[in-house]
Design a protein around this ligand. Structure first.
Ligand SMILES: [Zn+2]
Length: 304
């Protein structure tokens, strides 16, 4: 009897070994930009392949898909996008008739902010829709992004649903802790110093969630150039409101911020990451590392 079981066991193993097919195939997912790729990979782990279409460090606002990108998109099982007008090129892309990849809009369940919550000279309406797309700057929103992505993965790939929801719970706990850390660190900055100038209007959600005023002389898109009049206006504002710091943004020509600092007397803060992660081994290789790097830069520059 024992021997019979053993023989059956060997046969079963042989059969399993002989099935190379679908069970082992990973879901192919393209995320539109690096922050979404990181969130998706954190939830999907080893059972999915995720690539970011826009590479870390590249300017998402200037992106135009090349033919190779369109091919990659059409071959994916799933496309994870931000929505809120952040990927106008993807909205323009007609899905090919065969099997169109599932499109997941990560921001689907957040409460979007209108873009006119501040009065900027360089509002570039062609780049964005009526809503501010930079919702990931509020960690609370990323908890919702993660939920949306996990649900999409689970319904597309029910075999790994338990894994996705387990990874989601772990990630959600880490995000909740990150959110609280940011609040604690900002609470330690004197209230009158919780304001700064940045070079890209990407922090509306951060301002609203965490109570730091972030003035962006350039308006929305990094490619918009400030006029001499804009610069003069912002320098007056820095002096009048005693704004402690000016921050460079990853994708911006640093000369602008240096000029602002020299003429206004504000301190130049470090880099605030807005729309892209750094390279994997850089200071903002993941979304959580990015937010930690940002809050460290804020705290360093705004502390008295
Ligand atoms: Zn942006």
């Amino acid at each position: 009897m024992r021997r019979a079981i053993h023989v059956l066991g060997v046969i079963a193993l042989t059969l399993i070994g002989g099935i190379p097919v679908h069970a082992a195939e990973k879901l192919k997912i393209i995320a539109s930009f690096s922050i979404l790729a990181d969130i998706t990979k954190t939830i999907g782990g080893d059972v999915i392949d995720v690539e970011s279409l826009i590479e870390p460090g590249a300017d998402a606002h200037m992106f135009e898909p090349r033919p190779i990108d369109i091919k990659r998109l059409s071959e994916a099982d799933m496309i994870v996008m931000n929505g809120l007008g952040f990927e106008p090129w993807l909205d323009r892309l007609k899905p090919s008739s065969k099997k169109a990849p599932l499109r997941v809009i990560a921001s689907e369940s957040i409460v979007p902010l209108p873009f006119d919550h501040k009065d900027h000279a360089h509002h570039n309406a062609s780049d964005h829709d009526a809503f501010d797309p930079h919702a990931w700057q509020d960690v609370g929103n990323v908890r919702l992004y993660a939920r949306t992505i996990a649900a999409a993965l689970g319904s597309h790939d029910p075999a790994h649903q338990a894994l996705y929801s387990e990874n989601l719970s772990r990630y959600d706990a880490a995000l909740a802790k990150l959110d609280q850390d940011i609040r604690n660190k900002i609470a330690a900055i004197p209230e009158t110093r919780r304001k700064l100038v940045t070079t890209h209007d990407a922090f509306g959600y951060f301002e609203k969630a965490y109570g730091v005023e972030m003035i962006a002389p350039l308006g929305v898109a990094p490619e918009a150039q400030p006029s001499a009049k804009d610069l003069a206006r912002i320098i007056r504002q820095i002096r009048a409101d005693s704004i402690p710091a000016v921050f460079l943004e990853t994708m911006i020509d640093p000369r602008l911020a240096q000029q602002l600092a020299a003429e206004s007397g504000a301190k130049i803060g470090g880099t605030l990451y807005s729309d892209t992660l750094s390279a994997k081994n850089g200071p903002a290789g993941t979304y959580i590392a990015m937010m930690e790097t940002n809050i460290r830069a804020l705290t360093d520059a705004l502390a008295p």
